[in-house]
Design a binder for this molecule. Structure first.
Ligand code: SF4
Ligand code: SF4
Length: 128
C-alpha cells in the first residue's frame, strides 16, 4: 500500500522514516522523496497488513500521512489508446492488453507526473 507522507522540518529534523522502521520493524520502501530544509514529501510503499501501524507511528512523529488508494487516474472517455504514456512512464504502469487497449497497473505508480503532459488527449491526472 502506498502512503504519501508529508512533514515540516521547522521544529527539527525528526527522522520520520527511520524512526518508524526502527520502532515498528516494518520495512518501508521509499519510492520518491522531495525534501528540503523546510519540509518533506515522501511516497512510501508498505505491506498492506502493516499500513495502520506505520500510519499511526508516523503521525505520532508529527507527520501527515495519506493512504493512496489510487495513483494515476485515466479518463476512459478521453483515452484513445494511442500508447504515448507507455513509453514515457518509468515504472511500466501502462501497457496494452491483447486487443491493444490501454491497461494500468496503478500499484506501480510513483506519482512522478511525467505521463500527464505526454497524453495528447489530457486523459491522465494525479490524485490531488
Ligand atoms: S505519474 Fe509517473 S509513475 Fe505514475 S503513471 Fe505517470 S509516469 Fe508512470
Ligand atoms: S497517452 Fe493518453 S490517450 Fe494515449 S493511451 Fe495514454 S492515456 Fe490514452
Amino acid at each position: 500500500m502506498k502512503l504519501l507522507v508529508t512533514f515540516s522540518r521547522k521544529g527539527g529534523r525528526e527522522p520520520v522514516i527511520a524512526r518508524t522502521v526502527k520502532e515498528t520493524g516494518v520495512l518501508i520502501n521509499v519510492e520518491r522523496a522531495n525534501i528540503d530544509s523546510m519540509a518533506g514529501e515522501v511516497l512510501v510503499d508498505v505491506p498492506d497488513t502493516d499500513a495502520d501501524l506505520v500510519c499511526r507511528k508516523m503521525r505520532e512523529t508529527g507527520a501527515s500521512v495519506r493512504i493512496l488508494e489510487e495513483s494515476v487516474l485515466r479518463d476512459v472517455d478521453e483515452c484513445i489508446d494511442c500508447g504515448a504514456c507507455i513509453s514515457i512512464c518509468p515504472q511500466d504502469v501502462f501497457s496494452f492488453d491483447g486487443e491493444w487497449r490501454l491497461v494500468l497497473d496503478g500499484s506501480r505508480c510513483v506519482l512522478c507526473g511525467k505521463c500527464i503532459p505526454a497524453c495528447p488527449h489530457h486523459a491522465l491526472s494525479l490524485l490531488s
